[in-house]
Design a protein around this ligand. Sequence first.
Ligand code: FMN
Length: 362
Amino acid sequence: MTLTLTTAGESHGPALVGIVAGLPAGLRLDREAIDGDLHRRRQGYGRSPRQKLEADEVEVLAGLRHGRTLGTPLALVIRNRDHESWQWGMSPWPPAGEKTGKGTTPVTLPRPGHADLAGALKFGHDDVRNALERASARQTAIQVAAGAVAKSLLGEIGVEVAGRVLEIGGAGSGWEEVTDAARADRDTLGGIVEVLATGVPPGLGSYAEKADRLDARLAAALMGIQAVKGVEIGDGFALARMRGSAAHDEIEPDRGRTTNRAGGMEAGVTNGQPVVVRAAMKPLPTLMRPLRSVDLESGEPGEALVERSDVQAVEAFAVVAEAAVAWELARAAREKFGGDALVDFVGAHAAYLERIAWPPTR
Ligand SMILES: Cc1cc2nc3c(=O)[nH]c(=O)nc-3n(C[C@H](O)[C@H](O)[C@H](O)COP(=O)(O)O)c2cc1C
């Protein structure tokens, strides 16, 4: 059984869309839990006014009846309230009437650090907006909605996933001050987040092929989030500086461990310890004091586009990273435990735990 997510949607288009396939039938989804995570994603010090504008409530168009999944594709929609101001500029069809609102003037000054230049060259766009609208992290909203669904599924087998901020702008605390200082300089910041998953059974993922390794999949899931430039599994880079005697987690008689430097995975397979991953986010590339760029039309030097933007979005990133890890763990759990009905999935998990129980009962 494979869990898949297909998404569509531009930052200032009418809506974000997500189709989740591969859920078992009978899973109870909680609207407040999904909207609650969407709300968390919009929080954090240093966010732009857009976060206040967007309501971010999930609409479900298919795959759910009276709060329970049907085992059919689940169709999720989040409307972009900001589209109101972009109706002409982001109209899917040739717009009628006067040019009004935002997005009417083509963007020709790409922002360094964004998809702007590479995307315009790749797809042959004259208006950089055609690239930046989809590359924008606005689409992480639908990823967070899908992550909330994944967390509901994981909850059925006792797995909990939580993301938290470790650093913003190089600081381990005092985040409002560093953010205010960056804002005063019209600059931006990045940061580091950690995601912890508990209750993860041993045996998710595989070492059979590199694409099956759960560590590789989690790294890809996190790297797939906008602005992520580094991923660490367990003690990650610090392990490279240790001796083997200090780096590994010795196995105790009850098969448990007293350390978890491996971050809950060995050979790309979960080992029953909590899964611990960290990800590094670069400073946001839209600066209110714009970086140097070149006008793609005239070839003349200029200043990059300035568009409403966050000073830092690390708290939001922690929520997105949590969703990405939850999604990948749910995918691995679906592969291992399968089942068309939720009871089959939960039953397969229980039977597996019984088989690997220690000491063996039979
Ligand atoms: C939750 C979140 C919010 C973001 N908000 C902004 C923003 O307001 N302004 C901005 O310039 N970049 C923002 N970004 C980062 C850009 O989307 C990202 O740097 C850009 O897409 C380039 O991606 P890359 O670093 O993967 O190449 C945000 C990223 C995330 C994860």
